[in-house]
Write a protein that binds this ligand. Structure first.
Ligand code: PLP
Length: 484
Protein backbone atom coordinates (compact mmCIF):
# COMPACT_ATOMS: atom_id res chain seq x y z
CA UNK A 1 0.00 0.00 0.00
CA UNK A 2 1.34 3.41 -0.89
CA UNK A 3 1.11 6.24 1.52
CA UNK A 4 2.19 9.84 1.02
CA UNK A 5 5.60 10.16 2.62
CA UNK A 6 7.19 13.00 4.52
CA UNK A 7 10.00 14.67 2.69
CA UNK A 8 13.30 14.36 4.57
CA UNK A 9 14.14 17.86 3.50
CA UNK A 10 11.44 20.17 4.73
CA UNK A 11 8.73 18.03 6.28
CA UNK A 12 6.20 18.85 3.58
CA UNK A 13 4.34 16.13 1.70
CA UNK A 14 6.54 14.74 -1.07
CA UNK A 15 5.21 14.95 -4.58
CA UNK A 16 5.24 11.19 -5.24
CA UNK A 17 7.43 8.29 -4.17
CA UNK A 18 10.26 7.20 -6.46
CA UNK A 19 9.65 4.18 -8.66
CA UNK A 20 12.44 1.51 -8.70
CA UNK A 21 13.06 2.07 -12.40
CA UNK A 22 13.81 5.72 -11.75
CA UNK A 23 16.87 4.81 -9.68
CA UNK A 24 20.19 5.38 -11.47
CA UNK A 25 22.38 2.42 -12.41
CA UNK A 26 25.65 1.88 -10.55
CA UNK A 27 27.54 3.14 -13.59
CA UNK A 28 25.50 6.29 -13.82
CA UNK A 29 25.93 7.00 -10.16
CA UNK A 30 29.69 6.56 -10.47
CA UNK A 31 29.81 8.97 -13.42
CA UNK A 32 28.37 11.80 -11.30
CA UNK A 33 30.91 14.63 -11.04
CA UNK A 34 30.36 14.60 -7.27
CA UNK A 35 31.63 11.01 -7.10
CA UNK A 36 34.86 11.62 -9.03
CA UNK A 37 36.87 12.63 -5.98
CA UNK A 38 35.59 9.63 -4.03
CA UNK A 39 36.71 7.31 -6.84
CA UNK A 40 40.10 8.96 -7.01
CA UNK A 41 40.63 8.57 -3.29
CA UNK A 42 39.29 5.08 -2.67
CA UNK A 43 39.39 3.32 -6.03
CA UNK A 44 36.70 1.81 -8.24
CA UNK A 45 36.36 -1.55 -6.43
CA UNK A 46 35.34 -0.21 -3.05
CA UNK A 47 33.21 2.69 -4.30
CA UNK A 48 31.34 0.54 -6.84
CA UNK A 49 30.64 -2.10 -4.22
CA UNK A 50 29.23 0.50 -1.82
CA UNK A 51 27.23 2.09 -4.64
CA UNK A 52 25.65 -1.32 -5.33
CA UNK A 53 24.79 -1.70 -1.65
CA UNK A 54 23.35 1.79 -1.47
CA UNK A 55 21.18 1.33 -4.58
CA UNK A 56 19.98 -2.10 -3.40
CA UNK A 57 18.77 -0.50 -0.18
CA UNK A 58 17.03 2.30 -2.05
CA UNK A 59 15.41 -0.18 -4.43
CA UNK A 60 13.88 -2.06 -1.49
CA UNK A 61 12.50 1.23 -0.18
CA UNK A 62 11.22 2.18 -3.63
CA UNK A 63 9.47 -1.18 -4.03
CA UNK A 64 7.75 -0.55 -0.72
CA UNK A 65 6.67 2.80 -2.12
CA UNK A 66 8.43 4.66 0.65
CA UNK A 67 11.32 6.35 -1.14
CA UNK A 68 10.88 10.14 -1.42
CA UNK A 69 12.18 11.85 -4.54
CA UNK A 70 14.51 13.99 -2.43
CA UNK A 71 16.47 10.91 -1.39
CA UNK A 72 17.62 10.28 -4.94
CA UNK A 73 18.74 13.79 -5.85
CA UNK A 74 22.26 13.67 -7.30
CA UNK A 75 24.01 15.41 -4.46
CA UNK A 76 22.05 13.45 -1.82
CA UNK A 77 23.05 10.16 -3.46
CA UNK A 78 26.69 11.24 -3.75
CA UNK A 79 26.72 12.21 -0.10
CA UNK A 80 25.11 8.95 1.00
CA UNK A 81 27.69 7.06 -1.03
CA UNK A 82 30.58 9.00 0.53
CA UNK A 83 29.16 8.27 3.96
CA UNK A 84 28.91 4.53 3.22
CA UNK A 85 32.46 4.38 1.91
CA UNK A 86 33.70 6.30 4.95
CA UNK A 87 31.89 3.96 7.34
CA UNK A 88 33.19 0.87 5.58
CA UNK A 89 36.79 2.10 5.71
CA UNK A 90 36.61 3.28 9.31
CA UNK A 91 38.52 0.89 11.59
CA UNK A 92 36.38 -1.21 13.93
CA UNK A 93 39.05 -0.95 16.63
CA UNK A 94 39.03 2.60 17.93
CA UNK A 95 40.70 4.62 20.62
CA UNK A 96 38.34 5.58 23.45
CA UNK A 97 38.59 7.63 26.62
CA UNK A 98 38.40 5.39 29.66
CA UNK A 99 36.56 7.44 32.26
CA UNK A 100 35.12 4.38 33.98
CA UNK A 101 37.40 4.68 37.00
CA UNK A 102 38.80 1.19 36.38
CA UNK A 103 42.42 1.65 35.36
CA UNK A 104 43.22 -1.79 33.94
CA UNK A 105 39.95 -2.38 32.11
CA UNK A 106 39.82 -5.70 30.30
CA UNK A 107 37.03 -4.61 27.95
CA UNK A 108 38.98 -1.46 27.08
CA UNK A 109 42.24 -3.22 26.29
CA UNK A 110 43.94 -3.37 29.72
CA UNK A 111 47.36 -1.74 30.21
CA UNK A 112 48.51 1.15 28.02
CA UNK A 113 52.00 0.73 26.66
CA UNK A 114 54.80 3.03 27.74
CA UNK A 115 56.28 5.36 25.12
CA UNK A 116 59.51 3.38 25.05
CA UNK A 117 57.55 0.17 24.43
CA UNK A 118 55.63 1.79 21.58
CA UNK A 119 58.85 3.06 20.02
CA UNK A 120 60.63 -0.28 20.32
CA UNK A 121 57.59 -2.08 18.92
CA UNK A 122 57.42 0.26 15.94
CA UNK A 123 61.14 0.06 15.20
CA UNK A 124 61.25 -3.74 15.48
CA UNK A 125 58.17 -4.30 13.30
CA UNK A 126 59.36 -2.01 10.53
CA UNK A 127 62.53 -3.96 9.96
CA UNK A 128 63.90 -7.50 10.06
CA UNK A 129 65.19 -8.32 13.51
CA UNK A 130 67.04 -11.01 15.44
CA UNK A 131 63.87 -12.65 16.79
CA UNK A 132 65.33 -16.15 16.46
CA UNK A 133 68.82 -15.39 15.25
CA UNK A 134 71.96 -15.26 17.33
CA UNK A 135 74.07 -12.24 16.45
CA UNK A 136 76.97 -13.88 18.31
CA UNK A 137 77.12 -17.17 16.46
CA UNK A 138 75.26 -16.27 13.28
CA UNK A 139 73.10 -19.34 13.89
CA UNK A 140 69.58 -19.97 15.07
CA UNK A 141 68.55 -18.19 18.25
CA UNK A 142 65.67 -18.58 20.70
CA UNK A 143 62.99 -15.91 21.01
CA UNK A 144 62.78 -16.52 24.76
CA UNK A 145 66.33 -15.24 25.12
CA UNK A 146 65.12 -11.72 24.31
CA UNK A 147 63.44 -11.38 27.71
CA UNK A 148 64.71 -14.33 29.75
CA UNK A 149 67.69 -12.57 31.30
CA UNK A 150 65.58 -9.53 32.18
CA UNK A 151 62.90 -11.66 33.80
CA UNK A 152 65.52 -13.57 35.79
CA UNK A 153 67.13 -10.34 36.95
CA UNK A 154 63.81 -8.87 38.01
CA UNK A 155 62.37 -11.95 39.75
CA UNK A 156 65.42 -13.89 40.87
CA UNK A 157 64.29 -16.86 38.76
CA UNK A 158 66.81 -19.31 37.29
CA UNK A 159 64.90 -19.42 34.01
CA UNK A 160 61.95 -17.83 32.25
CA UNK A 161 59.78 -18.33 29.20
CA UNK A 162 56.87 -16.39 27.73
CA UNK A 163 53.65 -17.30 25.92
CA UNK A 164 50.64 -15.57 24.44
CA UNK A 165 48.84 -14.76 27.70
CA UNK A 166 48.62 -15.97 31.28
CA UNK A 167 45.75 -18.36 30.53
CA UNK A 168 48.13 -20.04 28.08
CA UNK A 169 50.91 -19.98 30.67
CA UNK A 170 48.70 -21.85 33.16
CA UNK A 171 47.48 -24.33 30.56
CA UNK A 172 50.99 -25.01 29.33
CA UNK A 173 52.43 -25.34 32.83
CA UNK A 174 49.80 -27.91 33.82
CA UNK A 175 50.10 -29.82 30.55
CA UNK A 176 53.88 -29.94 30.63
CA UNK A 177 54.14 -30.82 34.29
CA UNK A 178 51.11 -33.02 34.85
CA UNK A 179 49.55 -34.41 31.68
CA UNK A 180 48.01 -37.82 32.49
CA UNK A 181 48.60 -37.32 36.20
CA UNK A 182 47.09 -35.46 39.16
CA UNK A 183 47.23 -31.82 40.24
CA UNK A 184 46.24 -30.87 43.78
CA UNK A 185 44.41 -27.55 44.24
CA UNK A 186 42.57 -26.09 47.24
CA UNK A 187 38.79 -25.83 46.86
CA UNK A 188 39.15 -22.19 47.87
CA UNK A 189 41.21 -21.51 44.73
CA UNK A 190 39.16 -23.13 41.95
CA UNK A 191 38.55 -19.78 40.34
CA UNK A 192 36.85 -18.66 37.19
CA UNK A 193 38.82 -15.82 35.75
CA UNK A 194 36.20 -14.85 33.19
CA UNK A 195 35.73 -15.68 29.55
CA UNK A 196 35.07 -19.35 30.43
CA UNK A 197 38.54 -19.80 31.89
CA UNK A 198 37.84 -21.98 34.91
CA UNK A 199 40.50 -23.86 36.77
CA UNK A 200 38.74 -27.27 36.64
CA UNK A 201 38.22 -26.91 32.88
CA UNK A 202 41.82 -25.83 32.33
CA UNK A 203 42.94 -28.97 34.16
CA UNK A 204 40.94 -31.23 31.86
CA UNK A 205 42.01 -29.29 28.75
CA UNK A 206 45.59 -29.84 29.82
CA UNK A 207 44.93 -33.55 30.26
CA UNK A 208 45.48 -33.50 34.01
CA UNK A 209 43.20 -34.76 36.77
CA UNK A 210 42.18 -32.21 39.35
CA UNK A 211 42.31 -33.32 42.95
CA UNK A 212 40.44 -30.86 45.16
CA UNK A 213 41.43 -30.52 48.77
CA UNK A 214 40.11 -28.56 51.75
CA UNK A 215 36.94 -26.49 51.66
CA UNK A 216 35.94 -23.20 50.10
CA UNK A 217 37.04 -21.18 53.13
CA UNK A 218 39.64 -23.37 54.85
CA UNK A 219 42.45 -25.56 53.62
CA UNK A 220 45.16 -26.95 55.91
CA UNK A 221 48.63 -28.40 55.29
CA UNK A 222 47.41 -31.91 56.14
CA UNK A 223 44.78 -31.61 53.39
CA UNK A 224 47.59 -31.40 50.84
CA UNK A 225 49.74 -34.00 52.60
CA UNK A 226 46.97 -36.60 52.61
CA UNK A 227 46.15 -36.05 48.95
CA UNK A 228 49.69 -36.60 47.66
CA UNK A 229 50.17 -40.04 46.09
CA UNK A 230 52.45 -41.51 43.44
CA UNK A 231 49.99 -40.15 40.85
CA UNK A 232 50.53 -36.56 42.00
CA UNK A 233 52.50 -34.50 39.48
CA UNK A 234 51.99 -30.95 40.78
CA UNK A 235 50.77 -28.88 43.70
CA UNK A 236 49.12 -25.75 42.47
CA UNK A 237 48.24 -22.45 44.13
CA UNK A 238 45.97 -19.96 42.39
CA UNK A 239 45.88 -16.36 43.54
CA UNK A 240 42.21 -15.59 44.06
CA UNK A 241 42.62 -12.27 42.40
CA UNK A 242 39.07 -11.49 41.39
CA UNK A 243 37.28 -12.24 44.65
CA UNK A 244 38.00 -12.34 48.35
CA UNK A 245 37.11 -14.99 50.89
CA UNK A 246 36.75 -13.20 54.19
CA UNK A 247 35.96 -14.20 57.75
CA UNK A 248 36.69 -17.73 59.01
CA UNK A 249 39.33 -18.61 56.48
CA UNK A 250 42.70 -20.22 56.30
CA UNK A 251 44.93 -21.14 53.41
CA UNK A 252 48.36 -22.71 53.18
CA UNK A 253 50.91 -20.23 51.91
CA UNK A 254 53.62 -21.02 49.40
CA UNK A 255 56.41 -21.17 51.97
CA UNK A 256 54.67 -23.89 53.95
CA UNK A 257 53.43 -25.70 50.86
CA UNK A 258 56.92 -25.64 49.37
CA UNK A 259 58.16 -27.55 52.41
CA UNK A 260 55.54 -30.24 51.87
CA UNK A 261 56.19 -30.32 48.13
CA UNK A 262 59.94 -30.69 48.57
CA UNK A 263 59.60 -33.40 51.24
CA UNK A 264 57.43 -35.43 48.89
CA UNK A 265 59.38 -34.65 45.71
CA UNK A 266 56.47 -32.89 43.98
CA UNK A 267 56.86 -29.51 42.19
CA UNK A 268 54.83 -26.47 43.26
CA UNK A 269 53.36 -23.93 40.86
CA UNK A 270 51.57 -20.64 41.59
CA UNK A 271 49.35 -18.70 39.24
CA UNK A 272 49.48 -15.09 40.39
CA UNK A 273 47.12 -13.71 37.78
CA UNK A 274 48.13 -10.08 37.82
CA UNK A 275 51.34 -10.22 39.77
CA UNK A 276 53.34 -7.07 40.19
CA UNK A 277 57.11 -6.77 39.93
CA UNK A 278 57.19 -3.91 42.44
CA UNK A 279 55.55 -3.56 45.82
CA UNK A 280 52.56 -1.28 45.32
CA UNK A 281 52.38 -0.54 49.05
CA UNK A 282 55.25 1.95 48.64
CA UNK A 283 52.76 4.26 46.89
CA UNK A 284 49.97 3.59 49.35
CA UNK A 285 48.28 1.17 46.98
CA UNK A 286 46.94 -2.22 48.03
CA UNK A 287 49.60 -4.87 47.94
CA UNK A 288 49.64 -7.61 45.30
CA UNK A 289 51.89 -10.65 45.68
CA UNK A 290 55.19 -10.45 43.82
CA UNK A 291 56.57 -13.31 41.68
CA UNK A 292 59.99 -12.84 43.31
CA UNK A 293 58.46 -13.52 46.76
CA UNK A 294 56.78 -16.67 45.55
CA UNK A 295 60.00 -17.95 44.03
CA UNK A 296 61.90 -17.12 47.20
CA UNK A 297 59.24 -19.00 49.15
CA UNK A 298 60.11 -22.09 47.15
CA UNK A 299 57.75 -22.22 44.17
CA UNK A 300 59.13 -24.08 41.16
CA UNK A 301 56.95 -22.15 38.75
CA UNK A 302 55.18 -18.78 38.94
CA UNK A 303 52.92 -17.54 36.14
CA UNK A 304 51.53 -14.02 35.68
CA UNK A 305 50.06 -11.69 33.09
CA UNK A 306 51.85 -9.15 30.90
CA UNK A 307 49.01 -6.64 30.52
CA UNK A 308 47.68 -6.34 34.04
CA UNK A 309 49.73 -4.64 36.76
CA UNK A 310 52.97 -5.26 34.88
CA UNK A 311 51.75 -2.60 32.46
CA UNK A 312 52.92 -4.26 29.26
CA UNK A 313 51.43 -6.09 26.26
CA UNK A 314 49.27 -9.21 26.42
CA UNK A 315 51.63 -11.96 27.53
CA UNK A 316 51.94 -14.92 29.86
CA UNK A 317 55.13 -14.92 31.88
CA UNK A 318 56.50 -18.15 33.30
CA UNK A 319 59.41 -17.91 35.72
CA UNK A 320 60.96 -20.58 37.88
CA UNK A 321 63.60 -23.24 38.29
CA UNK A 322 65.83 -24.23 35.39
CA UNK A 323 64.43 -27.73 35.41
CA UNK A 324 60.73 -26.85 35.49
CA UNK A 325 60.99 -24.04 32.94
CA UNK A 326 63.08 -26.32 30.74
CA UNK A 327 60.31 -28.93 30.74
CA UNK A 328 57.71 -26.32 29.92
CA UNK A 329 59.76 -24.82 27.12
CA UNK A 330 60.33 -28.23 25.49
CA UNK A 331 56.67 -29.24 25.67
CA UNK A 332 55.21 -29.27 22.11
CA UNK A 333 52.19 -27.14 23.08
CA UNK A 334 54.63 -24.26 23.72
CA UNK A 335 55.05 -23.83 19.96
CA UNK A 336 51.30 -23.31 19.55
CA UNK A 337 51.13 -20.79 22.38
CA UNK A 338 54.30 -18.89 21.61
CA UNK A 339 54.39 -15.15 21.72
CA UNK A 340 54.44 -13.10 18.55
CA UNK A 341 57.26 -10.68 17.82
CA UNK A 342 54.88 -7.73 18.30
CA UNK A 343 54.18 -8.12 22.01
CA UNK A 344 57.64 -9.53 22.56
CA UNK A 345 59.23 -6.24 21.51
CA UNK A 346 56.81 -4.31 23.71
CA UNK A 347 57.42 -6.68 26.61
CA UNK A 348 61.18 -6.28 26.42
CA UNK A 349 60.94 -2.48 26.52
CA UNK A 350 58.38 -2.62 29.35
CA UNK A 351 60.59 -4.90 31.46
CA UNK A 352 63.53 -2.55 30.85
CA UNK A 353 61.63 0.17 32.68
CA UNK A 354 61.76 -1.96 35.82
CA UNK A 355 65.55 -1.69 35.76
CA UNK A 356 64.99 1.98 36.73
CA UNK A 357 62.34 1.56 39.42
CA UNK A 358 62.72 5.18 40.60
CA UNK A 359 61.15 6.37 37.35
CA UNK A 360 58.40 3.80 37.06
CA UNK A 361 55.59 6.08 38.22
CA UNK A 362 56.49 8.48 35.42
CA UNK A 363 57.42 6.07 32.65
CA UNK A 364 54.90 3.28 33.06
CA UNK A 365 51.36 4.52 32.26
CA UNK A 366 49.64 1.92 34.46
CA UNK A 367 51.60 2.98 37.54
CA UNK A 368 51.43 6.64 36.60
CA UNK A 369 47.63 6.44 36.52
CA UNK A 370 47.35 4.28 39.63
CA UNK A 371 49.51 6.66 41.67
CA UNK A 372 47.81 9.84 40.50
CA UNK A 373 46.73 11.65 43.68
CA UNK A 374 43.00 12.18 44.19
CA UNK A 375 43.72 15.89 44.82
CA UNK A 376 45.17 16.36 41.36
CA UNK A 377 42.24 14.51 39.80
CA UNK A 378 39.76 16.66 41.73
CA UNK A 379 41.55 19.82 40.61
CA UNK A 380 41.27 18.66 37.01
CA UNK A 381 37.55 18.04 37.51
CA UNK A 382 37.12 21.65 38.65
CA UNK A 383 38.86 22.98 35.55
CA UNK A 384 36.49 21.01 33.28
CA UNK A 385 33.30 21.69 35.22
CA UNK A 386 31.94 24.81 33.55
CA UNK A 387 32.63 23.73 29.98
CA UNK A 388 31.01 20.34 30.49
CA UNK A 389 28.09 21.96 32.31
CA UNK A 390 27.40 24.27 29.38
CA UNK A 391 27.69 21.40 26.86
CA UNK A 392 25.01 19.32 28.59
CA UNK A 393 22.74 22.24 29.59
CA UNK A 394 19.83 22.70 29.91
CA UNK A 395 18.79 19.09 30.45
CA UNK A 396 21.60 18.04 32.77
CA UNK A 397 23.49 19.51 35.69
CA UNK A 398 27.10 18.75 36.51
CA UNK A 399 28.99 18.58 39.80
CA UNK A 400 32.49 17.67 40.91
CA UNK A 401 32.34 14.51 43.00
CA UNK A 402 34.75 12.33 44.99
CA UNK A 403 34.62 8.84 43.54
CA UNK A 404 36.00 5.40 44.23
CA UNK A 405 37.76 3.76 41.32
CA UNK A 406 39.34 0.36 40.90
CA UNK A 407 42.64 -1.07 39.76
CA UNK A 408 40.79 -3.58 37.59
CA UNK A 409 41.57 -6.79 35.75
CA UNK A 410 40.68 -8.88 38.70
CA UNK A 411 43.29 -7.41 40.97
CA UNK A 412 42.30 -6.43 44.46
CA UNK A 413 38.54 -6.40 43.92
CA UNK A 414 37.69 -5.28 47.44
CA UNK A 415 40.14 -2.41 47.41
CA UNK A 416 39.05 0.95 46.09
CA UNK A 417 41.05 3.81 44.65
CA UNK A 418 40.05 7.25 45.97
CA UNK A 419 39.47 9.35 42.87
CA UNK A 420 37.32 12.21 41.62
CA UNK A 421 35.37 13.27 38.59
CA UNK A 422 32.24 14.78 37.17
CA UNK A 423 28.73 13.60 37.98
CA UNK A 424 26.17 14.48 35.32
CA UNK A 425 22.54 14.23 36.40
CA UNK A 426 19.28 14.86 34.51
CA UNK A 427 17.47 17.90 35.90
CA UNK A 428 14.03 16.35 35.42
CA UNK A 429 13.28 13.35 37.61
CA UNK A 430 10.68 12.16 35.10
CA UNK A 431 12.33 10.22 32.28
CA UNK A 432 15.70 10.42 34.03
CA UNK A 433 16.64 6.87 33.09
CA UNK A 434 16.06 7.53 29.41
CA UNK A 435 17.93 10.83 29.59
CA UNK A 436 20.91 9.06 31.13
CA UNK A 437 20.86 6.41 28.40
CA UNK A 438 20.76 9.16 25.81
CA UNK A 439 23.70 10.91 27.44
CA UNK A 440 25.76 7.73 27.68
CA UNK A 441 24.96 6.97 24.04
CA UNK A 442 25.94 10.50 22.97
CA UNK A 443 29.26 10.19 24.82
CA UNK A 444 29.96 6.83 23.18
CA UNK A 445 29.03 8.31 19.81
CA UNK A 446 31.72 11.01 19.93
CA UNK A 447 34.64 10.79 17.47
CA UNK A 448 36.78 9.72 20.44
CA UNK A 449 34.14 7.76 22.37
CA UNK A 450 33.92 8.61 26.06
CA UNK A 451 33.12 5.67 28.35
CA UNK A 452 31.82 6.52 31.81
CA UNK A 453 29.65 4.62 34.24
CA UNK A 454 26.11 5.07 35.53
CA UNK A 455 25.42 4.93 39.25
CA UNK A 456 22.71 6.40 41.47
CA UNK A 457 20.89 8.07 38.57
CA UNK A 458 23.99 9.93 37.47
CA UNK A 459 26.54 9.45 34.78
CA UNK A 460 29.98 9.47 36.39
CA UNK A 461 33.14 10.44 34.55
CA UNK A 462 36.09 9.38 36.70
CA UNK A 463 39.02 11.51 35.55
CA UNK A 464 41.88 9.36 36.87
CA UNK A 465 42.72 8.14 33.37
CA UNK A 466 42.31 11.51 31.65
CA UNK A 467 45.90 12.72 31.40
CA UNK A 468 45.37 15.14 28.53
CA UNK A 469 42.04 16.93 28.67
CA UNK A 470 42.36 18.63 25.26
CA UNK A 471 40.86 15.78 23.18
CA UNK A 472 37.99 15.58 25.65
CA UNK A 473 37.29 19.33 25.64
CA UNK A 474 37.51 19.63 21.88
CA UNK A 475 34.59 17.24 21.51
CA UNK A 476 32.20 19.13 23.75
CA UNK A 477 30.61 20.97 20.79
CA UNK A 478 29.82 17.55 19.26
CA UNK A 479 28.29 16.47 22.54
CA UNK A 480 26.16 19.60 22.73
CA UNK A 481 24.98 18.91 19.17
CA UNK A 482 24.16 15.27 19.94
CA UNK A 483 22.06 16.26 22.95
CA UNK A 484 19.95 18.78 21.03
C1 PLP B 1 43.84 -12.71 34.69
C2 PLP B 1 44.17 -14.04 35.25
C3 PLP B 1 44.54 -15.10 34.41
C4 PLP B 1 44.54 -14.97 32.91
O1 PLP B 1 45.51 -14.09 32.47
P1 PLP B 1 45.45 -13.53 30.96
O2 PLP B 1 46.76 -12.85 30.77
O3 PLP B 1 44.27 -12.67 30.88
O4 PLP B 1 45.30 -14.72 30.07
C5 PLP B 1 44.86 -16.31 34.98
N1 PLP B 1 44.84 -16.47 36.32
C6 PLP B 1 44.48 -15.47 37.17
C7 PLP B 1 44.47 -15.73 38.65
C8 PLP B 1 44.15 -14.23 36.66
O5 PLP B 1 43.79 -13.22 37.48
Amino acid sequence: MRRPTESVVDGSKASSPVHPKDLPSVDRLLRQPAVTALLAEHGHTRVASEARGLLDGLRTQALAGSLPAEAVAHDVLAEALARRVGQRLAPRMRAVLNLTGTVIHTNLGRALLADSALQHLLAMMASPNNLEYSLDSGGRGDRDSIVEELLCTLTGAQAATVVNNNAAAVLLTIAAMARGREVIVSRGELVEIGGAFRMPDVMSSAGATLVEVGTTNRTHPHDYERAITERTALLMKVHTSNYAVQGFTTAVDEAELAGIARARGVPLATDLGSGSLVDLAQWGLPREPLPQEKLAAGCDIVTFSGDKLLGGPQAGLIVGSREAVGRIRKFPMKRALRMSKLPLAALEATLMLYLRPERLTQDLPTLRLLTRPADAIRALAHTLLSEVASAVAPRFEVAVLDLMGQIGSGSLPVEKLPSAGLAIAPLQKKGAGRALDELATALRGLPLPVIGRVADDRLLLDLRCLEDSAPFLSQLPDLRQALR
